[in-house]
Design a protein around this ligand. Sequence first.
Ligand SMILES: Cc1ncc(COP(=O)(O)O)c(C=O)c1O
Length: 380
Amino acid sequence: MKIATRLIHSGKDVRPATGPLSVPLYHASTYAQQSVDDFGPWDYARSGNPTRQALEEAIAELEGGVCGCAFGSGMAAISSTLLLFSSGDHLVVGEDVYGGAFRVMTQVFDRWGLSVSFVDATNPSAMEAEIRGNTKALYVETPSNPLLKISDLSSAARLAKRHGILSIVDNTFMTPCLQRPLELGCDIVVHSGTKFLNGHSDVVCGLAVAADLHVGKRLRFIQNSFGAVLGPNDSWLTLRGLRTLKVRMEESQRSALRIAQWLESQPRVRRVWYPGLASHPGHEVHQRQTDGPGAVLSFELESVELTKKLLEGVKLAAFAVSLGGVESILSYPSKMSHAAMPPEQRAKRGISDALVRLSVGLEDPDDLIGELDALINTAR
Ligand SMILES: Cc1ncc(COP(=O)(O)O)c(C=O)c1O
């Protein structure tokens, strides 16, 4: 079945005999057992909850994996995935990853002996050059946050397989509607479900999906042992958000392309990063491995003053942290998503103080362009 159909019908196996179209919300923390020798499928809600399971089955199916785990945030999904590794292990990580992923690797897992090399993940040879005897995984985001850099996922998967290590992909910006890394040979997909998957700016949630049962079982063991699970309410909301993912994604993406093209023609905009533009360095690789450019773009204005004027002046788009909601969101990476990255590291990656990230929502693009035009092009 096509993705639009699967989005509507996935994760419904746990519905009771009364046949509700919506998966019921189970708030129980524990379940009465009938037999000392043989517990039922549910015993304690950290280990499993039917509403959460419906979401986990849905995301596993949509990503083409065998095991999905839902966590209390995207960072909980990423951190729990990193718990697959041990002290003395090493990871090769795309240098342009979300600031929170950078922070947990360099300030938390680092203390437990997991070392990381940050590399230009647009270049498979640069990734290979960093692989050592103790390297256990490649970790990339594509498109990356905030500069929308593109990594070739088939090459990364092949590289990982050749070295007997795992490949992990943060698929937050694309969602399985537009990109399915496991189908391209990668081993694990992680998500901030807070973003497009839920899509309504009312849940913080994370997901991880494994392509193979062995890795999946290890992830499930960590999910239960570490315990950063997603609650039933948020599982239900995310499952509801998933049902409309394709129409939201397609509509926002259409508007994002128009806005990116408009921004590219503006003299006070220095540069636009959007994989849907032919000028984007990763345009061709992105087109080959996805079903669309998505709804997030970044752009750099001619000055920090103009950037502040835009961020503080917007009314239709919210000036806020996060992305992927029905409402457009303008973020300021240097003070928001990438504040955890030291300024010199940001500068090295090209994340300047005049850089703005726009997540395009479902407003009419004419209205969004009108607002951007008024703020960017009128004198103070
Ligand atoms: C690409 C990406 N991955 C992971 C995260 C972390 O997710 P959460 O905020 O749900 O913990 C974010 C948050 O912005 C993100 O943008």
